[in-house]
Design a protein around this ligand. Sequence first.
Ligand code: FES
Length: 106
Amino acid sequence: MPKVTFIAADGGVRTVDAPVGHSVMEAAIDNGVPGIDGDCGGNCACATCHVHVDAAWLAFTGSRSDMEESMLDFAEGLAPDSRLACQIDLSDALDGLIVRTPVSQH
Ligand code: FES
């Protein structure tokens, strides 16, 4: 199973295992990772799963869809590395993925 590391704004680090096909948001929710609420259940409709993808992983997480782009307009602290965690599906290629949760979600 791919491992995902979540780094909180306060420096707290959590590494979790999640099945291939689950989203990064689901990996966080299933493991009680703080800072990711996933209020809309992964439907790209709330932006409470906003994360910053580590620079080393940006090339592997794909690009934002138009819908994701629109929803991210509502996210605080929007940056070029911003993604919605529910829109990143885990694969073996993402084993070791590192994301940071925004300060506004703590
Ligand atoms: Fe709502 Fe990701 S869980 S946009």
